[in-house]
Write a protein that binds this ligand. Structure first.
Ligand code: CDV
Length: 326
């Protein structure tokens, strides 16, 4: 049995601060046309794909900040992408800043959606793992103010789409085991992930040379350990002076990379993804019903970080650890 989804990576190069939504939608549309010409069912765009990655700046003026968010989806400036999706019969995933009015107040989220081949939204996800910091930290070469500009999402829902079970994650989520497993236990068959990852990590510059390696490592492990396809898509290149990694790729349930981008600009890469390739992993090594032992994992949800060790002693903080004299 085979259930093929022809998936396209719709990698973007940098988006400058002055670029308008219509200009960006034109770039997204050009990629969508190419994907359609190549017979794709789905194109995956990056995180915050309609604007520059604004959390790199400490922005004090609320009006200036709000201009980076969407109040409705589709809205007047994004409707054209939904129309094109319906006209061409191709679905898409896209990330954007969401400004919502809920429970009597304005809320901001780092959001993604899945749109089906009829141009209808069939799934929405709000980023759970928000990296960075909430206050201005001028010592950094650039800011990463996601903790200031967004509230965290609450879960990892999956959706019926494209003849299979689809899930979403956004950028930093892809580094966390829990992201994949939450969707794995819901039978996910393809996880779509957009990202903006600077090469330079101000709190840990010693990791800079490993940024592409870590990008592949986490997505390949997440795919294999949950028997699912993973599509990871970058906004890459030097954006407003900040160098962001490329490395967009499609990972099979075997953990193998089957398609990848080679540039750091607007680029399409494709794979013919058989959702039924998930089965041999979900039914053997990672047959969760047979092999998982949730009763042994209680600490995973009972605590956030290191607490007591199994013998009841507190875990020493990394900075308090001394070298074993033996
Ligand atoms: N947009 C992101 O979530 N970026 C983070 C950076 C800050 C490390 C990432 O995990 O790629």
């Amino acid at each position: 049995m085979s259930r093929f989804v022809n998936a396209a990576i719709g990698q973007l190069g940098p988006i400058a601060r002055h670029e308008t939504r219509p200009q960006v939608v034109q770039r997204l549309s050009a990629l969508m046309h190419q994907a359609h010409q190549m017979g794709c069912d789905l194109i995956v765009y990056p995180e915050l794909a309609l604007t520059t990655f604004f959390p790199r700046w400490y922005i004090e003026d609320p009006a200036e900040l709000d201009a980076f968010y969407e109040r409705e989806m589709p809205g007047p400036e994004t409707q054209a992408l939904f129309d094109l999706s319906r006209q061409l019969g191709i679905g898409f995933y896209i990330g954007y800043g969401e400004l919502a009015f809920e429970e009597g107040r304005t809320r901001r989220y780092n959001t993604s959606i899945i749109v089906d081949k009829r141009g209808a939204i069939v799934g929405k996800y709000r980023k759970v793992h928000l990296p960075g910091h909430a206050e201005h930290e001028p010592w950094r070469a650039f800011q990463h103010l996601e903790k200031r500009y967004f509230e965290a999402g609450k879960d990892f829902p999956v959706f019926h789409a494209f003849g299979g079970v689809f899930g979403m994650a956004i950028c930093n989520d892809r580094r966390w085991t829990e992201t994949y497993r939450e969707m794995g236990v819901q039978g996910v068959e393809m996880i779509l992930i957009g990202y903006n990852t600077p090469v330079h990590n101000p709190p840990a510059p010693e990791h800079d040379d490993l940024s592409l390696f870590h990008n592949q490592l986490v997505m390949q492990a997440g795919a294999y350990q949950n028997g699912t396809w993973v599509v990871g898509v970058a906004k890459a290149g030097i954006e407003e002076g900040v160098d962001q990694i490329g490395g967009s790729c499609i990972v099979a349930p075997s953990g193998e990379i089957v398609a990848s981008c080679t540039t750091k600009g607007d680029e399409l890469a494709l794979a013919r993804c058989d959702l039924d390739l998930c089965n041999s992993f979900k039914e053997t090594t990672f047959n969760f019903d047979l092999h998982r032992q949730p009763e042994a994992y209680s600490r995973l949800v009972a605590r956030k970080g290191p607490g007591l060790m199994a013998d009841g002693t507190p875990v020493p903080s990394p900075s308090a650890r001394t070298k074993d004299p033996s």
